[in-house]
Design a protein around this ligand. Structure first.
Ligand code: UDX
Length: 454
């Protein structure tokens, strides 16, 4: 039987428990947002998900949520534009007005138990914060990536100034090589990039709360620094994928046969290779990767998603001799159930682009990583992996078969890799503690729920 207090809390939740979540339309953002939706739904909230039309999630996979697509007016060429800042800018500019309209409609619905408590938005859908301010609703920024990425935009422009952020203040900052990161980020700093950075930061600054898909122990020093820059309370409710019930969020079809192939491999022998949902390589890099994998003599499961290779449909440019050299030892797939793959006993290492979802999924399964970041937060994540947590190594320089072969052997065969695997298992155990009832991720979630209900 429920206690009087619980009953009161439940009543309150039913009255004020409607949340609107706003998605940014990329796989690496859609997945964690749906996971967060599932977590909050299990806490008793009702959920409406508003999303641009492009890359729509499939509503029939989530009957418990209401989905509202809003017109994004993106043309085919704008959708395939590889310039992410331009894309973010267009999505926000085009979606702001329709989102405002949509919110007004929801708020004027007769059904008054539909009182909306807050708008939770992906930090990259910063237009939602403006709408929330306009409608006097609390806006809550959801950073689906590493917390440290919140520092990149407000802090990086001042890194050289003596009076501001000192990169040497905390050892972690030195290891993260923020200066180099800034150099990398500034290389392609267009007007669009600057505009997105400013809007992104302003959104977080005006939000009533910040939710991050991370765990406190992963980024302790950075989290305390972030609190100096952003006034809102920060809730580290990660990793979402472990707190959420299994949800299906893939925009592509998953190849289940790869699991049967993995079942035939020796424990910890397979190197799993995937560069996520956005990065791309050229044909030469594909060929070098293929030979590097073949020459390493390790079994490999390699995701080559259609679109990965610039100028090719799929793997038609791979040389014929490769199949002969590899035989049954290699498995190439278009898209796999990654979390299942990482949890499989046969997988001993993950060659990754270091997208945050991949990083945190790997941490949760204790799998050490070979890092080849491509853009944005991936460089930060890779520094964390190699320098701070010491659960991986960097693939130096270019894609070159000799480099690749050597790096795979270091990770999968050498003592060095053994050490990283041990560290990765330690992190996995720490993560499990955070995830158990009473662990910090749960208490952070409870704190957050309390704040929404105030
Ligand atoms: C993008 C940005 O690249 C990244 O820097 C940012 O942190 C998040 O958004 P993305 O390229 O999509 O990330 O990579 P990642 O964050 O790793 O997310 C990829 C997701 O796709 C993961 O959840 C992974 O499990 C899933 N995946 C990937 C599959 O399910 N199957 C695959 O074959 C490959």
């Amino acid at each position: 039987k429920m206690s009087g207090e619980t009953e009161k809390a439940m009543e309150k939740l039913q009255k004020s428990g409607h949340l609107v979540l706003v998605m940014f339309p990329f796989q690496g953002h859609i997945t964690p947002m749906l996971q967060l939706a599932a977590i909050l739904h299990s806490q008793g909230f009702s959920i409406t998900i508003v999303h641009p039309e492009v890359n729509s999630p499939n509503p029939s996979n989530h009957p418990e949520f209401t989905f509202i697509p809003i017109p994004d007016k993106l043309t085919e060429s704008e959708i395939s534009d590889r310039d992410l800042a331009n894309f973010a800018l267009r999505v926000n500019n085009n979606c702001a007005a329709p989102f405002q309209e949509c919110m007004k409609r929801i708020m004027h619905q007769k059904d008054s138990h539909d009182h909306i408590s807050s708008i939770l938005y992906d930090t990259f859908m910063y237009c939602a914060q403006t709408v929330a301010d306009d409608l006097s609703l609390p806006g809550i920024s959801v950073r689906t990536s590493v917390a440290a990425s919140l520092l990149l935009y407000p802090v990086l422009p001042h890194l050289d100034r003596k009076d501001s952020f000192s990169a040497n203040e905390v050892p972690e900052f030195q290891s993260l090589q923020l200066q180099q990161n800034r150099a990398l980020l500034s290389q392609n700093s267009t007007d669009a990039v600057t505009e997105v950075r400013v809007a992104f930061t302003n959104g977080v600054k005006s939000s009533s709360a910040i939710i991050v898909n991370t765990m406190d122990f992963l980024e302790q020093a950075v989290l305390s620094k972030i609190k100096e820059y952003f006034p809102a309370p920060i809730f580290t409710v990660g990793p979402f994928h472990k707190l959420a019930q299994t949800i299906c969020s893939s925009l592509r079809t998953e190849d289940a046969n790869c699991i049967s192939w993995l079942n035939k491999q020796a424990p910890k022998s397979v190197i799993y290779v995937s560069f996520g949902s956005l990065a791309s390589i050229d044909e030469q890099e594909l060929i070098e990767t293929a030979w590097g994998l073949a020459d390493s003599k390790q079994p490999f499961l390699w995701v080559v998603r259609p679109g990965l290779i610039r100028g090719s449909e799929w793997i038609e440019s791979l040389p014929n001799g490769l199949q002969e050299s590899v035989g049954e030892r290699g498995y190439i797939s278009k898209w796999v159930p990654q979390k299942e793959v990482l949890a499989h006993a046969a997988v001993g290492g993950f060659w990754s682009h270091c997208g945050w979802n991949s990083t945190i999924e790997s941490i949760c399964e204790g799998v050490p990583m070979l890092c080849k970041p491509f853009f944005g937060d991936q460089f930060l994540n890779s520094n964390y992996i190699c320098q701070v947590w010491k659960i991986g190594l960097k693939l130096q320089d270019t894609f070159e078969r000799g480099n690749i072969e050597a790096a795979i052997k270091r990770l999968m065969v050498d003592m060095e890799g053994e050490e990283m695997r041990k560290n990765a298992m330690d992190l996995k155990e720490k993560a499990e503690l955070r995830l158990s009832q009473g662990g910090s991720s749960w208490s952070s979630l409870n704190e957050f729920t309390k704040q929404i209900l105030l």
